[in-house]
Design a protein around this ligand. Structure first.
Ligand SMILES: NC(=O)c1ccc[n+]([C@@H]2O[C@H](COP(=O)([O-])OP(=O)(O)OC[C@H]3O[C@@H](n4cnc5c(N)ncnc54)[C@H](O)[C@@H]3O)[C@@H](O)[C@H]2O)c1
Length: 256
């Protein structure tokens, strides 16, 4: 059983697997990297936030971890994230395509550059990291990809005129790649979190957060660890007959 920095023991559900987690310095990505390390994965953690990666590596002391500072929307950086896993661990078994930005704006307030930015990171970044991961997984007989969609990638909401469509890209790429590569042993799934208590939530005004909280039937926002648990399940061999699924982790939001 692998011990984590927090002292909680894992049960080896990813023992021996090589996993790349993008956007691992904060929030859901960090919780996922910590859980994966507890479950025995060998990890490549990536982010634009170098200081955040340094502090994550300290928290993951004892695990096999490589850190790659880079931007998922840049071809060379995205390629390097996947290559690092192949060079260091001989393969990539799991990609968690998590890196993202979460701007809130309606279409009147949104500037064309806002659209370009969120589509570059959340859209193109997911495309690039999935592309290079699929190429590498084909060399080693398969793998598992988990993309970060959102309730905003499944249903319409206010103030989501740029972010929401970018998350529909995540939902779309999950379904299309799942069908494209199922016969070659690559599973592609997504989680669709409701509102989760991460650093990304800090700048959002209470006037937006209060009604959002009320819209989650469970009556609270989620924790990053609750999303990480769902990602772990989809990434692991326990989900061996699941591909193309978009799993809500949303306190019942999408059930309404
Ligand atoms: N927090 C929520 O309520 C929520 C809900 C649904 C979906 N999501 C999705 O979950 C994912 C993570 O969100 P979070 O709340 O943990 O956000 P966060 O801001 O806490 O963490 C995101 C991480 O991605 C990194 N990042 C940003 N741009 C990058 C780039 N170009 N290249 C590499 N790394 C980059 C950031 O530095 C940060 O460490 C996102 O894809 C987001 O859309 C979040």
């Amino acid at each position: 059983m692998a011990e984590s920095a927090s002292g909680v023991a894992g049960t080896g559900r990813l023992r021996g697997k090589a996993a790349v987690v993008t956007g691992a310095a904060k929030g859901i990505g960090r919780a996922t990297a910590e859980l994966f390390a507890r479950e025995g994965a060998r990890l490549v953690v990536t982010d634009v936030d170098e200081a955040g990666l340094v502090s994550l590596r300290e928290r993951l002391a004892g695990a096999e971890v490589e850190a790659v500072v880079g931007d998922v929307s840049v071809v060379e950086d995205a390629g390097r994230m996947i290559r690092t896993s192949v060079e260091r661990f001989g393969r990539i078994d799991i990609l968690v395509a998590n890196a993202g930005v979460i701007p809130l704006n309606n279409i009147v307030d949104a500037k064309p550059e806002d659209w370009d930015h969120v589509m570059a990171v959340d859209g193109r970044g997911m495309f690039l990291t999935c592309k290079y991961a699929v190429e590498a997984m084909l060399q080693s007989g398969g793998g598992s990809i988990v993309c970060l969609s959102s309730i905003s990638g499944m249903a319409g909401q206010k103030e989501q005129s740029t972010y929401g469509p970018a998350k529909f890209v995540a939902t779309g790429i999950t379904k299309h790649l799942a069908v494209e590569w199922a016969e070659r042993g690559i599973r592609v799934n997504a989680v669709a979190p409701g509102t989760i208590q991460t650093e990304a939530l800090a700048p959002i005004p209470e006037s937006y957060k209060a009604p959002m909280k009320a819209a989650h039937p469970i009556g609270r926002f989620g924790e990053p660890s609750e999303v990480a648990n769902a990602i772990l399940f989809l990434a692991s061999d326990e989900a061996s007959f699941i591909t193309g699924a978009i799993l809500p982790v949303d306190g019942g939001y999408l059930a309404q």
